[in-house]
Write a protein that binds this ligand. Structure first.
Ligand SMILES: Cc1cc2nc3c(=O)[nH]c(=O)nc-3n(C[C@H](O)[C@H](O)[C@H](O)COP(=O)(O)OP(=O)(O)OC[C@H]3O[C@@H](n4cnc5c(N)ncnc54)[C@H](O)[C@@H]3O)c2cc1C
Ligand code: SF4
Length: 343
């Protein structure tokens, strides 16, 4: 066990000041990812600043949209009436992730910043450019069945694990952050996470010390037709091999607007913009859904062990869109009776 200092932040400004002053300091949400990584010796922050008691847990209306506090738990967010009614896609995605116990602890800010589940990243005896830049990528020519098929680089082929963030990508969320001296900025979700490029050690575009205060969702015209499909190796809690957040607006039998975001295929939530453009103005048929998915997957570059993801993604996109057309699966949103609302 490496020693570290624990600070219970009393207000956002002092939390930001402490983290900004120490390059190894980290905010502590529910700790369900960060503490695991510390136990595995993957991350070694000298200071943990607990932000769970800061007043950033409100979920409230913001014009026609919603503002979701960064320190609200995943459970209270998924089960919040405003979220369930207006953004069922977000509820479905959060409830598809982890277990009730973990969702009770996990915060929205922590969920966005959770790190890859690449097994080489967790195994400190293996090379990994994300954990230790310059050591190489163990997965590139190793066991890479769970890894990326889109947007990867020779430096890193990891995928990003959050379910919640895939729905946020489809919903065009905006991440609100605050830095030192009360500086504030808004980061569209599409620009929040990064592809690995030359620097896979950097997961996202948050600067050191910046604190996520809320995640804002613009007005949602997709509430009636949206669906989150998660494909995993076992039906108990497991990370996605692949997931699809799908949402549509139709006029007659034609698609007026559509959003598709993929999880488990890239280093960040992958907005399937090629498929989206292909579908606008077309009839909402299975054949068109499959053709649009195939157009998106044309650019996929599978690794040795994950060629299956191309066929899987093509079928999953079509299935998610069909389920969205049928009004979504509200069974997946059944109230989580085991959760407690901490906020
Ligand atoms: C067994 C298990 C199964 C899981 N299965 C899934 C799954 O299927 N799908 C899924 O999506 N997730 C899954 N998870 C991951 C889980 O959702 C994340 O661990 C959780 O959301 C992280 O939230 P946290 O508050 O605990 O973050 P922490 O572990 O506290 O922090 C994670 C990171 O976020 C940073 N951070 C925290 N809050 C802020 C903030 N406000 N501003 C800036 N930075 C911040 C921390 O510094 C840290 O770097 C699983 C986890 C476990 C342990
Ligand atoms: S895929 Fe990325 S996280 Fe995994 S071993 Fe390679 S560099 Fe590390």
């Amino acid at each position: 066990m490496r020693p570290f200092k624990y600070v219970n932040a009393s207000d956002p400004a002092s939390a930001i000041g402490i983290v900004a002053a120490d390059p190894t300091a980290k905010y502590l949400g529910g700790g369900t990812n960060l503490v695991d990584l510390m136990k595995e010796d993957v991350m070694h922050p000298a200071v943990l600043v607990d932000v769970t008691r800061l007043k950033h847990s409100k979920i409230q209306k913001m014009g026609e949209g919603l503002s979701i506090g960064a320190t609200a738990s995943n459970s209270s967010t998924a089960n919040n009436e405003l979220v369930r009614e207006n953004f069922p896609l977000l509820t479905m995605a959060i409830l598809a992730g982890a277990s009730a116990q973990i969702r009770n602890m996990a915060t929205n800010g922590g969920n966005l910043n959770q790190r890859t589940r690449c097994t080489y990243f967790y195994d400190v005896s293996m090379p990994c450019n994300k954990r230790e830049p310059g050591t190489g990528c163990g997965a590139l020519h190793g066991v890479n069945k769970n890894h990326a098929i889109l947007g990867w680089s020779e430096k890193c082929v990891a995928t990003y694990p959050s379910d919640m963030a895939i729905a946020l990508a489809a919903l065009d969320a905006v991440v609100q952050v605050e830095g030192i001296n009360n500086t504030k900025r808004s980061i569209p979700i599409a620009e929040y996470h990064r592809l690995p490029g030359e620097h896979p050690e950097i997961d996202n575009n948050l600067k050191h010390g910046e604190f996520i205060t809320s995640i804002d969702l613009p007005a949602n015209k997709f509430a009636d037709k949206s669906f989150y499909l998660k494909i995993r190796e076992r039906s108990s809690y497991a990370f996605a091999l692949l997931s699809v957040a799908a949402a549509l607006v139709t006029e007659g039998d034609k698609i007026k607007d559509v959003r598709i975001a993929l999880g488990g295929v890239a280093h960040k939530p992958w907005r399937a913009t090629i498929a989206e453009r292909w579908l606008i103005g077309k009839a909402a048929t299975e054949a068109n859904f499959k053709a649009a998915a195939a157009a998106e997957l044309k650019n996929a570059k599978p690794l040795e062990h994950n060629k299956y993801k191309i066929a899987l993604a093509t079928k999953a996109i079509a299935r998610a869109l069909e389920s969205a057309m049928n009004g979504g699966n509200y069974g997946a949103m059944e109230a989580d009776s085991t959760t407690t609302n901490k906020n």
